[in-house]
Design a protein around this ligand. Structure first.
Ligand code: PMP
Length: 422
């Protein structure tokens, strides 16, 4: 029988860092990845046969839990009819209808294959539509790995302390303006200087890539007012928040309608799907009805669409309030257990997302998130994993719960936390 260590050694010979996405390598938690063979509900099993309670949930998509029977069945049925047609199929309309019905900011939607493609394409559209080049993003927010967004990004870029990224021409990021999350003075100052050059403000309405950070009251409404005043588009990157905060997105929760919305993760039910949508007038600028080009061989893939439709159908029946309440209780108890062990913890929590920051002050932006103690988090991660609980291999990420997590899972997670010491 093989084991994760042997597989990781082999993978490192063949794949840079042994992984196909950097944070998976577990570098910042001074550990190595466990290779997974199977996942069901809230659990994953490693090649060694170890069972883990999963709080990564494929970084968000698996809100129903792994291998939900309705999704598995829909995928089996779809794949039996053919993996990809490169021609329209009915499931694309079904998923589009569900997204349009659920999201106030979305009259029309274009499917792509990842969150990165969604944000990259939304930015191109915003630039094409406004005839302007600059984009304002927030420090610590992550919008995928396209060039324009790799300035002061969160997620793996933050985890690995990569300052900007070689390979991204300076001329490209010169059009990316940065402000601290929740800092309206900084945003206003940028609009004063560059007001007529800014094509769009892009924001994670609840940030999830510097750990979880909530928008302060007034932050999102003021972004809406400022963008409107200056003729810029407001893009909500709801790749994490879409269908996680509620059936719909942060735009439903906060009552703010963005011009463009980016989606991914949950709407593909674990398959490679992204989407961007918005006002009809703006979306009509996309080829072939408009002049802004964007395309994809596998976009609207029938198997992925079937997974997305089945996922949203199930989520339409799900009790989000109950999961919110249970997640909040779990996160609060974890915080108490850790504090009993003498470490200071800041808890940010909303819906089925939370981050425990090993920090002394409240975390409201990237600067305060960066003060969290990465060494303590690394130790926490390793001890929890040894005790059968898989947390994100970086303190700059969220913990994700799912509708498959049971009270027993939460009890076991708390028991694991009680064995941790620093
Ligand atoms: N936007 C946000 C808010 C994300 O969290 C992510 C990925 N974690 C992306 C965009 C990029 O999505 P993908 O990894 O599917 O390209």
């Amino acid at each position: 029988m093989t084991d994760s260590r042997t597989l990781f050694a082999k993978a490192q010979e063949l794949i840079p860092g042994g992984v196909n996405s950097p944070v998976r390598a577990c570098l910042s938690v001074q550990s190595e990845p466990l290779f997974i063979t199977r996942a069901n509900g809230s659990r994953m099993w490693t090649v060694e046969g170890r069972e883990l309670i999963d709080y990564v949930m494929s970084w968000g998509p698996m809100l129903l839990g792994h291998s939900h029977p309705a999704v598995v069945e829909a995928v089996h049925q779809a794949v039996d009819q053919g993996a990809s047609f490169g021609a329209p199929c009915q499931a694309e309309i079904e998923l589009a209808e569900m997204l349009v019905a659920a999201l106030p900011g979305v009259d029309m939607v274009r499917m792509v294959n990842s969150g990165t493609e969604a944000t990259m394409s939304a930015l191109r559209l915003a630039r094409g539509y406004t005839g302007r080049n600059k984009v304002l993003k927030f420090e610590g927010c992550y919008h995928g790995h396209s060039d324009a967004f790799l300035a002061s990004a969160g997620s793996g870029v933050a985890t690995l302390s990569i300052p900007g990224t070689p390979g991204v021409p300076e001329a490209v990021v010169a059009d990316t303006l940065l402000a601290p999350y929740n800092d309206l003075d900084a945003v206003e100052a940028l609009f004063r200087t560059h007001g007529d050059e800014i094509a769009a403000v892009i924001v994670e309405p609840v940030a999830g890539n510097m750990g979880m950070v909530l928008p302060q009251p007034g932050f999102l409404p003021t972004l809406r007012v400022l963008t409107q005043r200056h003729g810029a588009l407001l893009i909500f990157d709801e790749v994490i928040t879409g269908f996680r905060l509620t059936y719909g997105g942060a735009q439903n929760v906060f009552g703010i309608v963005p011009d463009l919305t980016c989606l991914g993760k949950i709407i593909g039910g674990g398959f490679p799907v992204g989407a961007y949508g918005g006002r009809r007038e703006i979306m009509s600028r996309i080829a072939p009805c408009g002049d802004v080009y964007q395309a994809g061989t596998l976009s609207g893939n029938p198997v992925a669409m079937a997974a997305g439709v089945a996922t949203l159908r199930e989520l339409g029946k799900a009790d989000y309030m109950d999961l919110t309440r249970r997640t909040k209780a779990l996160a609060g108890e974890l915080k108490s257990v850790l504090e009993e062990r003498g470490v200071q913890v800041q808890l940010n929590c909303m819906a089925s997302l939370f981050t425990l920051f090993f920090a002394t002050d409240p975390v409201t932006d990237f600067a305060s998130a960066s003060k969290a103690d990465a060494v303590t988090y690394a130790s926490f991660f390793r001890q929890m994993r040894d005790a059968g609980v898989a947390l994100a291999p970086s303190g700059f990420e969220c913990a994700f719960t799912s509708f498959a997590h049971t009270d027993e899972d939460f009890e076991k997670t708390l028991d694991a936390c009680r064995t941790v010491h620093f």
